[in-house]
Each structure stands twice: as structure tokens, then as C-alpha cells.
Design a protein around this ligand. Structure first.
Ligand code: CMX
Length: 427
């Protein structure tokens, strides 16, 4: 992985130069104000972080480096990790070198399997993924080097080592979790002739169809990163900013991803679609669907897969999945219902309670589950694990770059109600 390391080193130098220029133009310039509403409202819209792996434009969606979702959705996840962490796609040689390195590190230690097999049978797969990673924390190269007395300028290099060890093991770990939790517990062997996503598809043992392997590739590409302020990425960065190593930081990020308003929404989406199928069959009438959606909203529940804290258009990742569905499983009943929801839900949310929903359009989760279901991956409790495998690429790249840029521990200031009231009184 020499080329990857060199690519990151060069990227850090480029980014540092940009930051030096920004500081020269005005380190104390004001770029954003904080309202009382934002202090009490999850800091929504507050510009308070720099993240150079990816950027979410409210109207055109996810960019990795300069590339739009459309421009990178046909790549391999390995190429995406390279792009996230170096700002460039790898050439053929660098890609092969990186994949070889992953191959060498892919084996999950036996003690991790022992931990996972000792859990109650109904443990959520996201708990297993988070715990599986945390169980390997003792292997952290960063931690060992830090104890010996590591220079700050070298933090990122050993964090990269940890990242490689974690990423390499993810396909085996995730597939093993699936087989322990939902199958007979027998694991399928890693195949060093396959790439990262190909191995995941192979070791799950659900389907040998080429379409399924391509769906895994697309799934792992589309979920890789979504800038720095989302719950999981931000959590991971906060934890790593205390120099807790990447095993702690990745596990923490995954715990955030496991919430139903974030990554778990994808399992909720398929549950929702299957419920609609049970109630109204394969091809529900639009009026019936409309009435049902209103009932769900009026009962105080959210429509999973719709809305977003940043996006204000249909998520291009949703569009990429829909394109895949049209080409591979246009007649699947879940896909058809997901498509029909797309034609009904935005209009309802747009007008619901005087437009209180800021974004009525579908996000990535509204379509992904239907595609997995089509290939026989029916255990929707597992879906967020796939999201997690992909998102770990973003956690790793964000943390490596932040350490490379010498970013300090994160510690924003909180205030009491009294402080806010006093502020009003002062003015
Ligand atoms: N269905 C019903 N109501 C919704 C809604 C939806 N899909 N999306 C937003 N709303 C409601 C909110 O609950 C909120 O209501 P209250 O004021 O009563 O609390 C109101 O609209 C305003 O919220 P918002 O500003 O539009 O959205 P937020 O930025 O606060 O939240 C999100 C964003 C994603 C949590 C929210 O849209 C939601 O809960 N969606 C459904 C769950 C989902 O799909 N999550 C996956 C997100 C993708 C990801 O993780 O990246």
C-alpha cells in the first residue's frame, strides 16, 4: 500500500497548503452565525466543521472530491476508499497493490468469533459488528506506537495501519455475523481471487448471481461517506480526536449508525414496504397508498426513507439504486412498491402540516432494502451492517486526514438556559 500512503501524504500537504492560505486570508473571519434555535435544534445547518473527504450539496447530493454520485457509482469500493483518502482515483497498479494488502490482512481472529458466538441468539447484528471491531482493539498499531512515544506528525501513518487492518477484515466479519445470526453458524472461506465487495457477496452465501455481487459493489460504494456532520461520522471523529484509536472510533461511529433516524432507517424501509405488501398486495392503488401514508403520519410516525437533514432533492444515491432496480429486478414486488411510494410520498410530505417536513424527497434508504430482498437477503435486521461496512471507509478516511492535518481534540462549548436568558437580557 505504498502508493496509498504516498497519495495520502501528498493530499495532506495539498490540504495543509489550502488551510494555510485560508488562514492567511482571515483566520478570524466570521462565516456562520449561531441562532438560539440551532443551539436547541441539533445544530442543524451550523457550519462548524471542515471535512475534505466528501461534501453533500443540498441540491446535487454527495460529492467525493470533485466527483458527483453519478460519476463514481460504477467504481469499486477500494477505488472509493483511495479517492476519499487521497482525493484521486488509484491507477491500476496502486489499486492492485492496495487490494493485495487487504488480502493479507483479511483474517478475523478466533477470539472475535468466540466473543460473537457467546452473545444471545437475538443480539442485533449492529451490536455484533460494533463489538466485533471493538474486540480487536488490542491489535491497534497506533496504540502501541503511541505508548512508545509517537510524534504528532506520524499519528496518521499508524492510524492508516489500523484502518487497513479494520477494512480488510470487514467482509469476513460482516458475512460471519450474518451466518452466525441468521444461518447455521458455518463460515464460508475468504477467496483471495475476489475483490473486497466480491468477497462479502461470496461469504454471505446468499446468492451466487453476478447481479448480487454487483449490488454489493454498488451498495458499498454508495454508502461510503456523507461529509462530517452526520451522527456516525461525527461521533467517530469526536472519539478519535481524543486519540482513542480507530477501533474505538469506528465502533463508536457504528453505534450512532444503529439509530432508526440514521442508518437503521434502511431496515425500517423494507419493514414498511413488506407491511404495505401484506396489507394491499403487489400493486396497491395510489389512493389507498395515499390514505395509508396519511394514517401513518397522523399516528405520529415518520415515513422511513424520506427526508434528510441536508438534502433538498431526491438523493442521487436513491436514483442510482432505482436505476439498478430497473435494470435487474423491475418486476420484484418490493421494488414496485418502493417505486410507487416515490410517486406518492413526496407530494404528501410537501403539504403535510404546512410543509413542516424540510425535505419531502427519498434518501438512500428508501430503495436499497428492496434490492437486497430481491436477491434473497431477506433478514432486514442485517441491512445496517452492510451500510456500516461501507461507512467505515468514510470514518477511516476522515480520521486519517484529520490527524494528518494536526486537528485538535473536539470540544464545542455548551451553555445553560440561564446563559441564553442572560444573553437576551444583556441586549
Ligand atoms: N416522515 C414524517 N415526518 C418527517 C419526516 C418523514 N420522513 N422527515 C421529517 N419529518 C418531520 C420531523 O420529524 C420533524 O417533525 P417535528 O418537528 O414534529 O419533530 C419535522 O418534519 C422537521 O424535520 P426536518 O427538519 O424535515 O428533518 P430533520 O433534519 O430534523 O431530520 C431525518 C432528518 C432524516 C431524521 C428525518 O427526515 C426523518 O426522520 N426521516 C425518516 C427516517 C430516515 O429516513 N432516516 C434516514 C436518513 C438518512 C441518513 O441516515 O443519512
Amino acid at each position: 500500500m505504498d502508493n496509498l500512503r504516498e497519495g495520502i501524504q501528498n493530499h495532506i500537504i495539498e490540504l495543509q497548503l489550502e488551510i494555510d492560505n485560508i488562514f492567511a486570508r482571515g483566520r478570524n473571519s466570521v462565516v456562520s452565525e449561531v441562532t438560539v434555535g440551532q443551539i436547541y435544534g441539533g445544530m442543524r445547518g451550523l457550519v462548524a466543521l471542515a471535512c475534505n473527504t466528501s461534501y453533500v450539496d443540498p441540491y446535487s447530493g454527495l460529492y467525493i472530491g470533485k466527483y458527483t454520485t453519478n460519476e463514481f457509482s460504477d467504481k469499486l469500493p477500494e477505488e472509493i476508499f483511495f479517492l476519499l483518502s487521497t482525493g484521486k482515483f488509484p491507477d491500476k497498479e496502486s489499486l492492485a497493490d492496495f487490494q493485495n494488502d487487504l488480502n493479507k490482512r483479511a483474517k478475523v481472529p478466533q477470539y472475535t468469533w468466540d466473543v460473537l458466538r457467546s452473545l444471545p441468539k437475538d443480539t442485533h447484528p449492529m451490536t455484533m459488528l460494533s463489538l466485533g471491531i471493538l474486540s480487536m482493539e488490542n491489535e491497534s498499531v497506533f496504540k502501541k506506537e503511541y505508548r512508545k512515544g509517537l510524534q504528532k506528525a506520524d499519528y496518521w501513518k499508524y492510524t492508516l495501519e489500523d484502518a487497513m487492518n479494520i477494512l480488510a477484515k470487514l467482509p469476513e466479519l460482516a458475512a460471519g455475523i450474518y451466518r452466525i445470526r441468521f444461518g447455521d453458524g458455518n463460515l464460508i472461506s475468504y477467496d483471495s481471487n475476489l475483490n473486497w465487495s466480491g468477497n462479502l457477496a461470496h461469504m454471505l452465501g446468499v446468492n451466487n448471481d453476478e447481479g448480487f455481487a454487483d449490488l454489493m459493489r454498488l451498495y458499498l460504494v454508495l454508502h461510503c461517506d456523507h461529509e462530517g456532520g452526520n451522527v456516525s461520522a461525527f461521533t467517530s471523529r469526536v472519539v478519535n480526536s481524543a486519540l482513542s484509536d480507530l477501533y474505538y472510533a469506528v465502533s463508536a461511529g457504528l453505534n450512532g449508525l444503529a439509530g432508526p433516524l440514521h442508518g437503521l432507517a434502511n431496515q425500517e424501509c423494507l419493514r414498511f414496504i413488506l407491511k404495505i405488501h401484506d396489507k394491499f398486495g403487489d400493486d396497491p392503488d395510489e389512493e389507498v397508498l395515499r390514505a395509508y401514508i396519511l394514517d401513518v403520519l397522523n399516528s405520529g410516525k415518520v415515513i422511513p426513507g424520506y427526508g434528510h437533514a441536508v438534502l433538498r432533492v431526491t438523493d442521487p444515491r436513491f436514483t442510482a439504486f432505482m436505476k439498478f432496480g430497473e435494470a435487474n429486478c423491475a418486476n420484484n414486488h418490493c421494488f414496485k412498491i418502493a417505486k410507487k411510494l416515490f410517486s406518492v410520498v413526496p407530494d404528501i410530505l410537501m403539504h403535510y402540516k404546512e410543509g413542516k417536513v424540510a425535505n419531502p424527497w427519498p434518501n438512500v434508504d428508501a430503495m436499497s432494502g428492496s434490492l437486497l430482498h430481491n436477491y434473497g437477503l431477506n433478514e432486514f435486521d442485517f441491512y445496517t451492517v452492510l451500510f456500516g461496512v461501507s461507512r467505515v471507509m468514510g470514518f477511516c478516511a476522515q480520521n486519517i486526514l484529520a490527524l494528518g492535518l494536526g486537528q485538535p481534540i473536539i470540544r464545542p462549548k455548551s451553555v445553560t438556559n440561564k446563559w441564553v436568558i442572560d444573553k437576551f437580557d444583556e441586549n
